[in-house]
Write a protein that binds this ligand. Structure first.
Ligand code: NDP
Length: 279
């Protein structure tokens, strides 16, 4: 696995991890088996959230006995993100996850509670050893600037944002901002949240061609492309063990410049949107 520094945490984390949104739609035993297969194969960055229904409990079951190997991330909903609300949400997540600490705790998206209070709550948790680090999600550049002004440098571990072949908007400004400020860029929904290019589409055909050259799959090629840049991470979700292994195998795909050019011809960057796309 390609391990990368996760912002300023000093911890190295695999470029490819595992998401858990809608994992509770799968058969529970299968979902637990998928997460475990992924962790065993090196996908040790596991992303969850208080918002994801039963997912935290499923993660808790899957990582029992494996906690030391996992870089565990959860998220507080903006409506709960007061200074005390952050602490309460963290305690509840820890309980559901069956652990005593998170590796990173994120604000799920910008909300209406003052960011100063949310960050103060995160810093309380960090001092108390409940979290190793904290980060943000769905923050555009002006919001990142505000957070940096409040927190100071090297406090924001990551910004988790929408990033897939059909939605590369973060490459315009958010990704450069994160790299400049030592903030990990975690791309969510790397397969378009299930809306993956069909094999019959021109983009799907190119992915299949590139995959054929590497003995890989189109999904694997997508992950290789989305993690091509230093400092970036992807967190695909699957409830199927065989797909977790396929996603882990993507780490070994070394795309050539020609591969990247062929992919980008089908999935262009597009213009910089006014607002940051999010799900
Ligand atoms: P993804 O882009 O990861 O796509 C998931 C879909 O792809 C599922 O239908 C899954 O099906 C399928 N899939 C997974 N692996 C393969 C494979 N190898 N071959 C074929 N199909 C595959 O969607 P998500 O939206 O779930 O994004 C990933 C994670 O990002 C989330 O789970 C969550 O943790 C995080 N996220 C964060 C958000 C935020 O606001 N911060 C917003 C959205 C997501 P199956 O399970 O049946 O394999």
């Amino acid at each position: 696995m390609r391990m990368r520094g996760f912002g300023a945490t000093g911890v190295r984390v695999p470029a490819i991890g595992q998401g858990t949104w809608r994992l509770d739609d799968s058969d529970r035993g299968q979902a637990v088996a998928a997460l475990r297969a992924g962790v065993d194969a090196g996908l040790t960055h596991v992303d969850t959230a208080e918002m994801y229904g039963e997912a935290e409990a499923i993660v808790g079951e899957a990582i029992r006995g494996l906690r030391e190997e996992v870089f565990l991330v959860s998220k507080v909903m903006p409506g709960n993100a007061t200074r005390r609300g952050v602490a309460r949400a963290c305690e509840a997540s820890l309980k559901r996850l069956g652990t005593d600490r998170l590796d990173c705790f994120l604000l799920h998206w910008p909300g209406s509670h003052p960011l100063e209070d949310t960050i103060a709550g995160f810093e309380d948790l960090r001092r108390d050893g409940k979290i190793l680090s904290w980060g943000l999600s769905n923050f555009d550049v002006p919001a990142l600037d505000r957070a940096l002004a409040i927190a100071g440098p090297y406090r924001i571990a990551c910004n988790q944002v929408l990033y897939h072949l059909g939605e590369r908007a973060i490459e315009h400004a958010v990704l450069p901002w994160c790299r400049h400020n030592g903030v990990a860029l975690v791309g969510y929904s790397p397969f378009g949240s299930g809306d993956f290019p069909s094999p019959a589409s021109p983009g799907g055909r190119v992915l299949a061609e590139v995959a054929g050259r590497h003995g890989a799959t189109p999904h694997g090629v997508a992950l290789a492309y989305l993690t091509r840049l230093e400092g970036s991470f992807a967190i695909p979700k699957t409830g199927r063990p065989e797909r977790a292994l396929e996603n882990a195998a993507a780490d070994a795909i070394a795309l050539s410049e020609g591969d990247v050019a062929a992919i980008e011809a089908q999935f262009p960057l597009g213009r910089r949107p006014r607002t940051l796309p999010m799900l």
